[in-house]
Design a protein. Structure first.
Length: 249
């Protein structure tokens, strides 16, 4: 069996989310199948894959290796091959820069152009892009935004199925995230920054971390806590003022 056929057979039979399926097939189509797609699977070697992966950017290499691992793991379990040719290959180290965020006071002074309303909505409700892009006016009722679906179908997890207080200014989002990204770029932030902005707004207004976890749809409060530990320089000065007031200094 050639790799093209094996990859298609395995991926179409795996119980994975549509987003994961698209990520895997895209990574293989771009980085693996043009070179190895018509090779017999048993003729493929770890050395060849290692060489190919080493030439890719770290994030691309990581995603491509994850796709290969998934396919060859299932292929060995189902008896298509005896040994996976990517066994033992280590993923590259991914250096992820911390996403920036904005304060609401800062946002009030800014004009985000054509998508100003949509950007403010995301900052005030904390939806993921995939959740927000399929949101309709009918999903907003009884004072809440009801988040029950995503662009990939079902929500990311059961905790993603939630409702958050509606603070106004809903307008349908553009189908392409690039449109919003261009409006945010001059402010040195990205779309995910708006979700972090919402988390920071919750923190600054005294919302407990476990409540914030529910509002953000995080599976664990530890994920939320990582955002809650984000501190701006102004908060350091505020801490001193609070202590002086409480201690009568």
């Amino acid at each position: 069996m050639i790799l093209n056929e094996l990859a298609q057979t395995i991926l179409e039979s795996k119980d994975i989310r549509r987003k994961t399926y698209n990520n895997y097939t895209g990574a293989l189509r771009r980085n693996i199948l043009p070179t190895y797609g018509f090779r017999q699977v048993n003729s493929l070697s770890k050395f060849e894959f290692a060489q190919t992966l080493s030439k890719l950017p770290p994030q691309t290499s990581y995603q491509t290796l994850m796709a290969l691992r998934s396919i060859f793991r299932s292929a060995t379990e189902q008896g298509f091959i005896d040994i996976s040719p990517v066994d033992g290959l280590k993923p590259p180290k991914i250096m992820v820069s911390e996403s920036k965020f904005m304060t609401w006071d800062f946002m009030l002074t800014q004009n985000f152009g054509r998508y100003d309303t949509q950007i403010r909505f995301l900052a005030l409700h904390g939806l993921r892009w995939g959740e927000a892009v399929v949101l309709k006016q009918s999903d907003i009722y009884e004072g809440f935004v009801h988040i029950t679906k995503s662009i990939h179908g079902a929500p990311k997890s059961h905790t993603s199925n939630r409702k958050v207080p509606y603070l106004g200014s809903f307008s349908p989002l553009p189908k392409s995230r690039n449109s919003l990204a261009k409006s945010l770029a001059p402010h040195n932030v990205n779309i995910h920054s708006l979700r972090k902005t919402y988390a920071y707004i919750l923190k600054r207004n005294g919302i407990h971390v476990t409540t914030a976890q529910k509002l953000l749809g995080h599976a664990s409060p530890m994920i939320t806590l990582k955002i809650y530990t984000s501190v701006l320089q102004e908060e350091i000065g505020e801490a001193g003022d609070i202590l002086k007031s409480k201690l009568n200094l």
